[in-house]
Each structure stands twice: as structure tokens, then as C-alpha cells.
Design a protein. Structure first.
Length: 77
């Protein structure tokens, strides 16, 4: 599975994307990411998440998922 980080999440993680081991739910995947990237946790609390292009919540299962997008709030117009 591949996680793609955008904007502030990318800055906090220190990378744009990474391959990770699949976990059962988005919540567990995000907890694992926060352990690897401690600066990411405050950002995750404000993010929207997409799993293979579909909006997801922390309890969303990740069975057969290939991509998770981490989208912090965007400013601008």
C-alpha cells in the first residue's frame, strides 16, 4: 500500500509518499504513520483521507486498498 502526503502533511512527514505494510483499518495505518513521523500527528487530526479515491473515515477497512491520500486543509482561492 502507498500513502501519499500533501501540503502540510508532506512537510510534517518529510516525504511525499511511502510504501507501507497494509493494516486492517485507516485508523491503525495512521497511528503507524504517526509513530514513524512524530510531527505528523497534529496534522492528521485535521486531515481528510481518501482510499483509492473515495473519502474515508478512521474506521474504514483497508482490505485490497492500494492508495491512501492524506489531505490537510488547503488555504487559498
Amino acid at each position: 500500500m502507498r500513502i501519499h502526503y500533501f501540503a502540510a502533511a508532506r512537510a510534517a512527514a518529510g516525504l511525499a509518499e511511502e510504501d507501507v505494510e497494509a493494516l486492517p483499518t485507516l485508523e491503525l495505518l495512521l497511528a503507524d504513520a504517526a509513530l514513524r513521523h512524530p510531527n505528523l500527528q497534529p496534522i492528521l487530526d485535521r486531515c481528510t483521507f481518501l482510499i483509492d479515491g473515495q473519502r474515508a473515515t478512521p474506521d474504514t477497512p483497508l482490505a485490497r486498498a492500494e492508495r491512501v491520500d492524506v489531505l490537510p486543509p488547503f488555504a487559498g482561492g
